[in-house]
Design a protein around this ligand. Structure first.
Ligand code: ZN
Length: 450
């Protein structure tokens, strides 16, 4: 079954690569370009090859182009999910690093990637994974061998032995010589952004764990940036977040959420324009699932997520979150994260949509939590698009509907600025100028039809 599917995928990829691609014209659409500019009604967008060639408020003549009539519809950039961990690179209990084992299971990862395309995501950043798995998936995407959002990845996170997230994929710093040698090896993969951790709290209620010293943290960050690579960091506490910003970190993989942040921190993060992945779905979801797992029954979850995985979410995972105290813990702290995110936004910080949940529909839950925190649906458009491109340093390549950028687009039936729920009303997903045939993706919704 799996082999047949892969063979078919390879044949399709070959067709895509060789067939000359017609221009694509989206006409008479209401455009949100992702830059924060107001809506433009009656817009025309011409795509040539994989790039946006023209954006106009009057008709564009495009002979021979494939035309999508955007009348009554809304066009925005495709969504960028800036904090995932693609399944298929490791097995075992996610909350017990010592039980984790490295694997390379591409078909599993592919299901999730198809799910992301289906829900409107055209780019993802993998925030920590098995090097040999995630960089191979990235290579497959870049070569057109798989149908997938654009993949940006960092490989294994940097921590210390027995530290936070010190699983088999992690780079566990013991001393500078060893760290430097492993970093030099990591650079051979050309990572898009390397993730570090600075957290002594262990996983939830486990005892405190060792972490990199401030000196070693700063030394590692400097070595990575001196070599031309970006960094992001897992933090939970304000003091650690400040330490990492002062050490020259590029981005934060979470907002501060163990406490209501100090005004000084909010100001620092905003002034330095550090992109921050919001990950409200991570906190909010673990908090909510104890009382109300009904979101697993929403159409989008059923369309995209395998029934057994939904079932596990409602039973085994839910029980574990309750039994370990994670749900009540998150119930207490999730409001802090929401409040901090809203204050960061108001101060002018660069927020980027990220969930840290790696279930594609969670992207839409993240949008709802951002809205609940008080951020307007209009502002969520930029948070979900251009800011994500900024997160990985590719804002010149994608993230907005502007001439010269990759044509990664989302066509919606209802106005996303009126209500974040409208991000779900997907009429078309376009990546690199090609419309994704959502009915052909390998997902539960399409298998049922079979
Ligand atoms: Zn994460």
């Amino acid at each position: 079954m799996v082999r047949v599917y892969q063979a078919a995928g390879a044949a399709l990829a070959l067709l895509w690569a060789t067939a000359a691609q017609a221009d694509l014209l989206i006409k008479n659409v209401t455009l949100y370009d992702g830059t924060g500019a107001p809506a433009k009604a009656g817009a025309f967008v011409l795509v040539k090859g994989d790039k946006i060639a023209q954006v106009s408020s009057s008709a564009i003549a495009a002979k021979g182009a494939k035309v999508i009539d955007g009348t009554g519809k809304y066009l925005m950039p495709g969504i960028m999910e800036s904090h995932i961990h693609l399944p298929g690179g490791q097995t075992g209990n996610v909350n017990n690093p010592t039980e984790r084992k490295l694997i390379i299971d591409k078909p599993t990862g592919l299901k999730y990637l198809h799910g992301y395309l289906y829900v409107g995501v055209t780019a993802v950043y993998d925030s920590g994974n098995n090097n040999d798995y995630i960089f191979a998936m990235r290579a497959d995407e870049q070569a057109g061998r798989i149908q997938s959002p654009r993949i940006f990845a960092g490989g294994g996170v940097i921590t210390v032995p027995n530290g936070y997230a010190a699983g088999p994929a992690a780079l566990k710093v013991q001393n500078w010589e060893q760290a430097k040698a492993e970093l030099d090896h990591r650079f051979t993969y050309k990572p898009d952004m390397i993730k570090m951790t600075l957290d002594r709290q262990g996983v939830m209620f486990q005892p405190t764990v060792p972490a990199l010293s401030q000196e070693m943290f700063a030394k590692v960050v400097k070595y990575i940036s001196d070599n031309g690579y970006r960094t992001t960091v897992h933090i939970t506490a304000e003091q650690d977040a400040e330490t990492t910003i002062n050490a020259g970190i590029t981005a934060l993989a979470h907002p501060v959420w163990r406490s209501i942040a100090n005004d000084n921190f909010i100001k620092l993060a905003a002034e330095k324009k550090i992109p921050i992945a919001t990950t409200l779905a991570y906190f909010g979801n673990i908090a909510r699932v104890a009382d109300d797992p009904s979101f697993f029954d929403e159409p989008l979850f059923k369309e995209v997520v395998d029934a057994d995985e939904l079932d596990r979410g409602k039973t085994v995972d839910r029980k574990r979150y309750i039994d370990t105290g994670m749900s009540p813990f998150m119930k207490m702290l999730a409001p802090h994260a929401m409040k901090n995110v809203k204050r960061l936004h108001d101060a002018g910080a660069v927020l980027t949509l990220g969930t840290d949940r790696t279930l594609p529909p969670m992207v839409h839950q993240e949008l709802e939590l951002l809205a609940q925190s008080g951020i307007s649906a209009f502002d969520c458009i930029k948070i979900a698009t251009l800011n994500g491109a900024i997160y990985v340093g590719h804002e010149k390549d994608f993230g907005s509907v502007e001439v010269g950028k990759w044509a990664d687009l989302l066509l919606l039936n209802a106005d996303p600025a009126a209500d974040v729920k409208n991000f779900r009303t997907i009429a078309a997903v376009i990546k690199g100028g090609k419309q994704i045939d959502r009915s052909k993706l390998d997902l539960p919704v399409n298998r049922k039809k079979g």
